[in-house]
Every structure is written in structure tokens, then in C-alpha cells.
Ligand binder design. Structure first.
Ligand code: 9UX
Length: 69
């Protein structure tokens, strides 16, 4: 099990948080997603390390931008 913290820009409300959580949760192997709105930090707990492409695509699909990991 691995926990990775990403930074996502553009989230400004709880609906944004819900969208990001929903998309990231869809990634295979993801067990838990915690979003901190004020800082934009997205903590992802997964069985194995996620590919940058997978997390980037999910954030993009939600309508936001992956700033860093
Ligand atoms: Mo409402 Mo959060 O447009 O972007 S979902 S502020």
C-alpha cells in the first residue's frame, strides 16, 4: 500500500473536491482519496504506485490541473 500526495490547482469549492475525488477513485487500485481544499493537496492511498499518466488524466477529466506530485 502506498500513499502519494499530489497538488491540484483550480479547486475552489466542495463540488470541485467531489469531482476530483470521484475521478481519482475510478483509477484501478485506488483505495482512498483525501482532498484538502485550502492547499489543493490530494492524498491518494493505493495498492501500488499510480502512473503519473493515470493521475493526470483523472484530474484533467475532473476539469482541474495536476500541479505536482
Ligand atoms: Mo463551482 Mo467548484 O463551478 O469549481 S464546482 S466553484
Amino acid at each position: 500500500m502506498t500513499e502519494t500526495v499530489y497538488t491540484v490547482t483550480g479547486m475552489t469549492c466542495q463540488h470541485c473536491v467531489a469531482s476530483v475525488t470521484e475521478e481519482v477513485t475510478k483509477i484501478e487500485g485506488v483505495q482512498d482519496v483525501k482532498v484538502d481544499l485550502p492547499t489543493g493537496s490530494v492524498t491518494v492511498v493505493s495498492a501500488a504506485e499510480l502512473s503519473d499518466d493515470a493521475i493526470r488524466a483523472a484530474i484533467d477529466e475532473a476539469g482541474y490541473e495536476l500541479a505536482s506530485r
